[in-house]
Design a protein around this ligand. Structure first.
Ligand code: TXE
Length: 478
């Protein structure tokens, strides 16, 4: 395949400037396609088009919105193999994971098709005689979506679908290295019956296109998923102009393994959570906190299990882990492996690049026995590199789990109801997993974290209504 991916603005395809290669991180000599980037002026046109379409779309019949979203979901589900293949080639996730993600994107559109018909409201008696009070929800207006590369179908889906369901218009900016998936989504939406300007997709850099979007006065709200530094920079700009924002940023998620855990199950949770999707999940388990009495046994079982993990081309059968999504991400991973050694960690597995038939960003899944103060145990890496930490007992493990600037997800493997219940209550995270990998969530319930991981209302499920609508309180004297 060597396709050219372009932007979609006001119902038209806009080629943009230059043919930038869209790399396949598993085969650098065979790009997936090319894409053109647009400039600030084109971005402004996209926000103008979305603003112009917002009043009418905001008052559209919810059945119309439901039907459109349902049809989009149906098409994505019917084409999940093909879309999954594109995702695997462009981002490097294994084909099975990529098809799963495409399926999830389809389900999310279907979920929000239903939600379009269930926009909640309340009617209360007033404190004044004869007065009724109604609380209704209305669209925010024009929503800017800035998305990362690690879930190039699912994250756009969980932002675009609720935005449209609740009557907002959209300008969607994907990450630079995944234009193909963004184009595929836009292509499906372009045929779904949305009025002109309701959905726009803009390809280009964060610095030019992302900035032009945020600075445009027509934008009413911004939803962002990405790194902490970018998120915080955007938060300041949003605050300066009182823009409604929702931010999903990093994680440094702990998986606690207690002495009473089923160790085979704990190893599977750790391998899945730390290494699947090449560790490129904000919910990845990057700190494995193990009770001292089973620490060495757990380490040995991890080494044995990790020796069986196959790294390679995500399209090939039997491959468990694909490449890092980009050279920049691979370099980050390698720099943290160096930091792991420098800080005195003991390398238990991996630590080096992997040769494959094609040139790609392949890295062996890596495990260090580390200290809680080591950089690999404190900073988000976003690659297949995890730190194994020793805890004296449950209380110590819980304290270590919470000793982080992040608070997205926390997991525990235990057969103790007492410890599981205590952990669910005391883990300082937006999501908690018991005997499950920290990564892997349902699409119909809230997703998000605390502390530096998230800002603003939760995403997904019925809680998405908080961000994508604004509340109106109306008083009537009958
Ligand atoms: O993120 P960025 P990148 C972390 C992870 C990864 C690192 C870098 O640690 O290694 O971030 O990834 C847009 N104005 N996560 O560079 O820069 C950008 O174009 C407006 C964790 O991809 O935050 C892209 O669309 N927009 C995270 C989006 O922001 C700007 C998932 C994210 O890019 C912009 C992804 C600007 N000035 C990365 N600068 C998670 N935990 O889920 C950039 N962008």
């Amino acid at each position: 395949m060597n396709q050219r991916f372009s932007s979609y603005i006001a119902g038209q395809w806009v080629e943009g400037d230059g043919g930038r290669p869209n790399e396949n991180p598993a085969d650098l000599d065979t790009p997936v396609g090319q894409y053109g980037v647009i400039d600030a002026a084109h971005t402004a046109q996209a926000v103008d088009a979305a603003s112009a379409a917002a009043p009418k779309w905001g008052l559209s019949n919810p059945q119309q919105r439901a039907d459109i979203l349902d049809a989009i979901g149906t098409e994505i589900l019917a084409r999940k193999q093909e879309l999954g293949r594109l995702l695997a080639q462009e981002e490097g996730k294994t084909l099975a994971e990529s098809i799963g993600e495409a399926g999830r994107a389809g389900q999310i559109f279907k979920f929000f098709a239903g939600e379009a018909l269930r926009i909640p409201g309340e009617k209360l008696a007033s404190t004044r005689p004869g007065v009724d009070v109604e609380i209704t929800r209305e669209p925010v207006g024009t929503v800017g979506i800035i998305a990362p590369w690690n879930f190039p179908l699912a994250i756009p889906a969980w932002k675009i679908a609720p935005a449209l369901a609740y009557g907002n218009t959209v300008v969607f900016k994907p990450a630079e290295i995944v234009p193909g998936c963004a184009w595929a989504i836009a292509e499906i939406l372009s045929r779904a019956g949305l009025p002109e300007g309701v959905f726009n997709m803009v390809l280009g850099s964060g610095r030019v296109v992302g900035q032009a979007m945020i600075e445009h006065k027509g934008l009413d709200a911004l939803t962002f998923t990405g790194s902490v530094p970018t998120g915080h920079a955007l938060l300041k700009q949003a605050a300066a102009r009182a823009l409604k924002v929702q931010m999903e940023m990093g994680g440094k998620n702990p998986l606690v393994v207690l002495a009473d855990a089923d160790l085979d199950q704990a190893v599977e949770c750790a391998v899945n959570g730390a290494y699947y999707s090449t560790g490129q999940r904000c919910t990845a388990s990057s700190r494995l906190i193990v009770e001292a009495s089973v620490h060495d046994e757990f380490a040995a079982r991890m080494q044995a299990r990790m020796a069986k993990i196959r790294v390679g081309d995500p399209l090939e059968q039997g491959v468990d882990i694909g490449p890092a999504a980009s050279k920049a991400q691979l370099d980050t991973n390698l720099s943290y492996i160096k930091a792991g050694h420098e800080d005195g960690g003991e390398l238990l597995a991996g630590g080096e690049q992997v040769e494959w038939k094609t040139r790609g960003h392949f890295l062996a899944p890596t495990l260090f026995a580390a200290k809680p103060s080591d950089r690999i145990a404190r900073e988000e890496i976003f690659g297949p590199v995890a730190a194994l930490l020793r805890a004296d007992d449950y209380e110590h493990a819980l304290a270590m789990a919470n000793d982080t600037e992040f608070g997205l997800c926390a997991g525990i493997c235990t057969t103790s109801l007492k410890h599981a219940s205590h952990f669910k209550r005391h883990a300082q995270a937006g999501m908690v997993m018991v005997n499950l990998p920290t990564a892997g969530v349902d699409p119909h319930v809230p997703f998000g974290g605390r502390k530096a991981s998230s800002y603003g209302p939760r995403e997904q499920g019925r809680y998405a209504v908080e961000f994508y609508t604004t509340v109106k309180t109306a008083y009537t004297l009958a």
